[in-house]
Design a protein around this ligand. Structure first.
Ligand SMILES: [Zn+2]
Length: 500
């Protein structure tokens, strides 16, 4: 048995004007057959896991491309095609393969293709033929498209948000694909479209309970996998939205039944699932009342969703309140980071910070800043214990006592060591702002007395009903309409049950 694995993707914010080019993939690191040289990277950990599992079964293993870019605007077509064709060429030249394992994102849009993953999997199927097992691990913030589902044997999504379960998802995918290749199972997939656009952290109810329900359904005889595609609201494609995917063993009817059951359970909680976050001033009032450390998530300027991460609104409000004992980061501003690094530790000067990328960045702040620390290659703990680089990073102190982390790589705040690794002691702090929608939760919950997700102004606001979709197929999704599946209507109609 011969196994091939590759990792390729990005999460495309189609509302972002910044194209994703080759440099964006290379900044994060592109490797070919050498993922293990960067063993702490999340994508490397998954490819390494596939290799360990394959070798434990005595199978030959070939590793192809690893290329993942930070979320931004559509990927340039030529860049998408060159990486795609590189994967296809290796499958051709080193094949035939019995099992193809992919780590994709699932929300990659190029300048000419709404569904890059569907296109990639369809072309892989054409190369490896109908007998080979093709499986892909996806981020739950994907657009689950018919082309992806029809051309793969198994799509397994990470279940948790924060996505700390990428290794268990890799294990589940490998298991289904290896059993399919050995002829032990015949995966049959079904999708239920919830007709919702939403945001679903799994660390709190009601999503935590729905996740338990999914895991219970997975233990039923014949059910191989249950996934919930949250969807990526800021990627405008025909298939954008929340969907449930179930894989059953040679039983399409069972897959369909369970997908509908879980899908409707999610749908029936749609109003409770809608994020309702306080604005900045209300959040700062909450922080002022908090007896301890209050972490404020700058949700709309999360670079993990393609936002610039240089919006100054939360920092400005902290300074307007003359806060001390406060910190915020990472603000992406490579120019400011370079100026501070050049000035050196201890330098105090007028720094123009943030607000540079565009209209969703708010205005730059002109601040008297003191450089406290410089790290040429700072990194923080990322998802699932992986490492997430921040590049040249500086700590500056501004205002009465606000410590700001300025990074050169545009990445969200995952872990408190983004601050403490520079020497910022968070002990006794009152207010800490983090550029992240929810992935910060794993790394900050242990030190936070309170966590507040804030409805900040920025590129990825959560007023889903008002998103300016042009490509999305169904305009009548929740929350734009209250009950797109007409469930409440049907419930009212129940007394009219026909009698024989
Ligand atoms: Zn995600």
């Amino acid at each position: 048995m011969k196994v091939f694995a590759a990792a390729f993707g990005t999460e495309t914010n189609t509302f972002s004007a910044w194209p994703t080019g080759r440099r964006d993939f290379e900044e994060a690191g592109v490797s070919r057959g050498q993922a293990r040289l960067d063993p702490d990277r999340m994508e490397s950990m998954v490819l390494g896991r596939f290799e360990d599992l394959a070798r434990a079964d005595g199978y030959a293993f070939s590793e192809g491309l690893l290329a993942f870019a930070h979320p931004s605007g559509p990927t340039l077509q030529s860049v998408y095609e060159s990486y795609r064709d590189e994967i296809l060429a290796m499958l051709t030249s080193e094949g035939p393969f019995d099992i193809v394992l992919l780590l994709l994102h699932g929300a990659m849009v190029s300048t000419e293709c709404d569904d890059c993953e569907g296109d990639l999997i369809r072309r892989i199927r054409a190369v490896v033929g109908p007998q080979a097992a093709i499986g892909a691990e996806l981020d739950p913030h994907c657009h689950l498209t018919p082309m992806m589902v029809e051309n793969a044997d198994a799509l397994v999504l990470m279940k948790e948000y924060p996505h700390d379960d990428f290794i268990p998802a890799a294990d589940a995918l490998y298991d289904i694909c290896a059993r399919k290749a050995r002829g032990e199972v015949k995966p049959a997939s079904a999708v239920f479209d919830c007709r919702m656009v939403g945001f679903y952290p799994t660390t709190a109810e009601p999503m935590a309970g729905l996740l338990r329900q999914m895991r219970e359904a997975e233990r039923r005889p014949g059910v191989l996998s249950v996934s919930f595609a949250h969807g990526f609201p800021w990627g405008d494609t025909p298939e954008t939205g929340s969907k449930v995917l179930v894989i059953a063993d040679d039983d399409p009817a069972l897959a369909k039944e369970v997908a509908q059951e879980i899908g409707l359970a999610i749908y029936d909680r749609r109003d409770a699932l809608l994020p309702r976050y306080p604005d900045i001033e209300t959040a700062l009032d909450i922080a002022a009342r908090c007896d301890g450390l209050c972490v404020l998530a700058d949700t709309a300027d999360n670079p993990g969703g393609g936002a610039p991460s240089d919006n100054t609104s939360l920092l400005r409000a902290m300074l307007d309140r003359d806060l001390d004992n406060a910190a915020i980061g990472p603000i992406w501003d490579p120019i400011a980071a370079g100026v501070c690094a050049g000035a050196g530790v201890g330098a105090r000067f007028a720094l123009r910070l943030g607000g540079k990328s565009g209209p969703t960045s708010a205005d730059p702040l002109d601040l008297l800043a003191t450089v406290k620390a410089i790290a040429p290659n700072h990194a923080q703990t990322g998802l699932g214990g992986s490492s997430d680089p921040l590049g040249l990073t500086v700590w500056v102190q501004v205002g009465r006592g606000v410590d700001v982390v300025i990074s050169s790589i545009r990445t969200q705040g995952f872990h408190a060591d983004l601050f403490t690794g520079l020497g910022i002691d968070l002990t006794g702090r009152r207010t800490v702002g983090v550029k992240s929608s929810h992935h910060f939760h794993t790394g900050f919950a242990p030190i936070a007395d309170q966590i507040v997700s804030v409805a900040t102004p920025g590129a990825i606001g959560m007023d889903f009903a008002s998103l300016a979709y042009r490509r999305k197929r169904d305009g009548d999704f929740h929350p734009r309409v209250a009950d797109p599946l007409n469930r409440d209507l049907n419930r009212d109609a129940k007394p009219h049950t026909p009698s024989n």
